[in-house]
Design a protein around this ligand. Structure first.
Ligand code: NAD
Ligand code: TDX
Length: 339
């Protein structure tokens, strides 16, 4: 089997590359990634010399490059992680989100159709369901809920999902879609809540919590997400959507307090800053379908997952210190000063 993993130099894609090389000793993995600010070849250091792994630098919207790659490699499976993934950046500059997340998906699916790929999997997000109220803990996102979007990011991801479904219906393409809740774990770029707060806490810097900090996210350890995608691409039904989440709902303030406690820093570092525009209140996944149909269950609870994640950031300072030494400083200044 030959699997194309797009966006494999990013957070979840790289963890998926590691998971697949380990789980399937007879699979070859090709990673296609354009190495945006978020893609990092250092993340893939440990697999670069693996004869079953190949890295190709390229943009998923580059039709010529993508078609040539499919012609050459004859992929059996395509898993599309490549995306612009940060909500705050999409609020500042939506254009690149539409290009990569929508047109990139179209380009990959056109190539998958042309070259008869056996499974095209679209990595989606729970953000396409909009949000849930804070005072209705009985409500959860299910696969049959209508799509809606609060940010340009979620609008672009919803568009990609609709396109994937349309290709299944119109061209009979073997498409599956997963929609996962918030991931955390090793190699997450320090612009997202958990790694940003770990980094700031370790440096005794302020921890910028948006609004009241009451917004709720449903956290899943990244390896559990990878395992779910592996199950879907092998046993999931084509034309189906699978929600992925482990009932690990926490308010942002809870998450930040947990991090501070674990790294032994005071809560006085917490600073409430201006809210995110259009800020979704609560995400919460109902994972019944993937559990019943595929037997998936998360293995890592939040307490263990956050401990492992903090340990990873402590043990791999070089990885993130290199990131924050460059262009990141300007990003941080732009997003957080005078907020
Ligand atoms: P990430 O930003 O860490 O990684 C994205 C990767 O895609 C990077 O390596 C980047 O270089 C690459 N990329 C971006 N534009 C590209 C292009 N035009 N061509 C080729 N490569 C390109 O993102 P992530 O958090 O790992 O998310 C991966 C996928 O999972 C995304 O599709 C995202 O929407 C989805 N998702 C993420 C979460 C989460 O909590 N992080 C939750 C659910 C779904
Ligand atoms: O500095 C911060 N302060 C803060 O309060 C940051 C970066 C975030 N937040 C809040 C906003 C959210 O309520 O924390 C929560 C999580 O924020 P993000 O880490 O930016 O994630 P979110 O917006 O929930 O989106 C994530 O989950 C779904 C991923 O980034 C998406 O790629 C994924 O699709």
């Amino acid at each position: 089997m030959k699997v194309l993993v797009t966006g494999g130099a990013g957070f979840i894609g790289a963890n998926f590359v590691f998971y697949m090389l380990d789980k399937h000793p007879d699979y070859d993995i090709v990673c296609l990634d354009s190495l945006t600010y978020c893609g990092n070849l250092k993340t893939l250091d440990s697999v670069m010399d693996n004869p079953r792994f190949k890295f190709v630098k390229g943009d998923v919207t580059d039709r010529k490059l993508v078609f040539e790659l499919f012609e050459e490699e004859k992929f059996n499976i395509v898993v599309n992680f490549a995306a612009e993934s940060h909500v705050d950046r999409s609020i500042e500059d939506p254009g690149v989100f539409l290009r990569t997340n929508i047109l990139g998906t179209q380009t990959l699916m056109d190539a998958a159709k042309e070259y008869g790929v056996e499974r095209y999997h679209q990595v989606g997000t729970d953000e396409v369901y909009g949000d849930l109220p804070l005072d209705r803990p009985d409500l959860f996102f299910t696969e049959d809920m209508p799509l809606t979007a609060s940010s340009p990011y979620s609008a672009s991801k919803a568009s990609a999902d609709l396109l994937a479904m349309a290709y299944h219906r119109t061209y009979d393409m073997p498409v599956t879609i997963s929609r996962c809740s918030n991931n955390y774990g090793p190699y997450q770029f320090p612009e997202k809540l958990i790694p940003l707060m770990i980094k700031n806490a370790l440096a005794d810097e302020q921890l910028p919590v948006y609004g009241t900090g009451e917004n709720v996210r449903d956290w899943l350890y990244v390896e559990d997400h990878c395992k779910a995608i592996d199950m879907i691409i092998h046993n999931g039904k084509v034309g189906e959507v699978y929600n992925i989440g482990g009932h690990n709902e926490r308010s942002n303030l809870d998450v930040v307090r947990t991090i501070l406690k674990q790294v032994g820093k005071p809560e006085s570092l917490i600073t409430f800053v201006g809210d995110r525009k259009g800020h979704d209140l609560r995400y919460a996944i109902d994972p019944t379908k993937i559990h019943n149909e595929l037997g998936w269950l998360p293995e890592t609870g939040f307490d263990e997952g956050i401990r492992r994640t903090i340990d990873w950031y402590l043990d791999n300072r070089q990885w993130w210190e290199e990131i924050i030494s460059g262009e990141y400083q300007q990003y941080y200044e732009k997003m957080y000063s005078n907020r």
